[in-house]
Structures are given as C-alpha cells and as structure tokens.
Design a protein around this ligand. Structure first.
Ligand code: AMP
Length: 302
C-alpha cells in the first residue's frame, strides 16, 4: 500500500514541503488534472530518474481563449490524487488561480515568439504565451531539477525547451512518447467529450499519421499525400491542419529534406478540437519514431 502524497494548495505549503525533499533530485510533472494513463506514464518515467516526483495540478486560465473549453474542462481531483497515490507521487501542488495569479491577470508574460504563432498558435492566439508563463512560474515555485512533458503536445514541448534555453532556466526538460489507446487514439483529457460516433471518427487522426509514416522512405510529398488521403475519408473530422514540418523550426520541410520531421494534425470532431503527431524519420530506412533523437537538429536553412 503506497502512501497518499502530501497535497499542497498554497505557495507557503509547497515551499515547506519542498524543503523536506532537499536530499534528492525532484522531477516535476505539470498537468491540468483529469489524469489518465498518459500522465501516469510521465510520472513513472520521472520516477526512474529522480528520487522525488512532484505533480502539479492546475487548470491555467491564461492559456484558454474566451471561446475555449475552460469552464467545461473535466475536473476529477479525487481520482487524480488516487492516480498520484498509485504511481507513488511524493508531493502534489494543486493551487487555485488566485494563488498563481495573486494580482489577477499578470501584466508581464513570457512571449513564445514566432513559433507560438503557427499551427496551434494560429487557432489559439495567446495560448502559448499563457502556457509558457505558467510553466515558468511553476518551474520557479517547484524548484524541480527535471521536468517531464509529453510528445503528444509537440509544439508545447518545443516551446518549453526553447524557453529554458533562450532565457537560461536551470532546468532539464525530458520528453515522453505519446501514450495511445489500443486502437491508436492518443490519450487526452478532452477525449471524455467525445460521443460514441465522434470517438470512432477521432481514430482518423492517428490512422492518417500512420499512413503518412508508412511512406516515410519516399519523401515529404508521399508522406503528406498518404496522410491527407486517409484524413479526408472521415466526414465527421474537420481538419484544421495536417503538416510535415521541421522539428525545431516548425517550417514545412522541402521535398529534398531527409531526416527527422514532425507529422502533425489538428481536427475538430463534433465540438472537440483534437491534436496528434508522429515524429518521423524521412528518407531511406525511415518511418515513425517514438520521440526525436537528442541530437540537436541542424537548422533547416544553413
Ligand atoms: P495536460 O494535463 O493535458 O496539460 O498534460 C500534462 C502533460 O501530460 C503534458 O506534458 C502533456 O504533453 C502530457 N500528456 C498528455 N497526454 C499525453 C499522452 N497521451 N501521452 C503522453 N503524454 C501526454
């Protein structure tokens, strides 16, 4: 029987509990709650690296647009704590917005820059500034050594890595492969919104990505074509974008490109906006990858 983690709500409680973890590394998993197996995988991976695991549960209003799903986002706090208990989490930080933003809307924010304006950023203006601002605050408040993020949110992961590098956060960012249901659907807290027929239609995202990855040896246009051909077979999925982009510039890769690329898709199924992606190796011996290699990616242009 594992012990229930200590749940802290205020900055003072967190700081006091954090002092008790001074004799080992602390790995942090940031979540918005409604935990599922994807979050559990992050926690488990974090436990292999660090003595202590700290989970934050915070539904960040700053990263939701006025027409987005903040008010209906699933809130399952007791179940979340049960999952944290099962996974041996040491400490939970579950603040309310007034704890994180005591003066209301923060005047100063982290800017994601141009990488925050494309793909998800194009459909969700300001989303990545709001996300990075809370990630920066939680990095400071938790004082973690390692921070674990899912490949599922590829653009978020890239921007967090860029923030850490560009403004010198003393943090190590680790990525974890996307956890999927048996039928391929990427796990997401938002999947609970899907009705039976929407759930079936949502499978087209991972199927399209798989079809694209299966043609990886042939080059970018074959990948894009194969993925698009599958995506358009599902009338209930209204695609927002389907792209094959460079993993660090997020620019569409040219036809001559060989190497790692991000095949990413976003689509609305019913009222739910879903995203998914496969890292792929384009060219001879190519195919889908779990995560990108740790080798820094050469810039696309020079
Ligand atoms: P969220 O609670 O949706 O903000 O997600 C918290 C963290 O869990 C983020 O780093 C996500 O990328 C990660 N995550 C969410 N879903 C998955 C999944 N299916 N597989 C792996 N990581 C995930």
């Amino acid at each position: 029987m594992t012990a229930t983690p200590l749940v802290t709500r205020s900055r003072e409680e967190l700081a006091a509990a954090r002092v008790e973890l001074a004799d080992g590394d602390v790995a942090v998993v940031m979540t918005m709650g409604a935990l599922h197996e994807g979050h559990a995988r992050l926690i488990r991976t974090a436990r292999t690296r660090a003595r202590y695991v700290l989970v934050t549960i915070f539904l960040n209003p700053l990263q939701f647009g006025p027409k987005e799903d903040l008010s209906k986002y699933p809130r399952t706090f007791d179940d979340d704590v049960d999952i944290c208990t099962r996974e041996g989490v040491d400490l939970v930080f579950a603040p309310t917005p007034d704890v994180i933003y005591p003066d209301g809307d923060p005047g100063v924010r982290i800017s994601a820059g141009p990488l925050g304006d494309v793909l998800e950023g194009q459909s969700r203006p300001g989303h990545f500034d709001g996300m990075l601002t809370v990630v920066a605050k939680l990095m400071h408040l938790t004082r973690g050594d390692f921070f674990y993020y899912g490949q599922k949110d590829a653009q978020q992961l890239l921007l967090i890595r860029r923030m850490v590098r560009d403004i010198d956060f003393p943090a190590t960012v680790v990525s974890v492969p996307t956890v999927r249901e048996e039928d391929g659907l990427a796990m997401s807290s938002r999947n609970t919104y899907l009705s039976g027929s929407d759930r079936e239609a949502a499978l087209v995202l991972s199927r399209a990505l798989q079809a694209g990855a299966d043609r990886a040896e042939e080059g970018p246009s074959a990948i894009r074509r194969a993925a698009r051909e599958v995506l358009i077979t599902e009338p209930l999925a209204l695609s927002d974008y389907l792209v094959l982009v460079h993993p660090s510039s997020l620019e569409e890769v040219p036809e001559w490109y060989r190497g790692e690329a991000l095949l990413a898709v976003a689509a609305r199924v019913g009222t739910t906006r879903l995203i998914d992606n496969f890292p792929v190796l384009v060219g001879p011996g190519g195919g889908g990858l779990e995560v990108f290699s740790d080798v820094p990616h050469a810039a696309l242009h020079g």
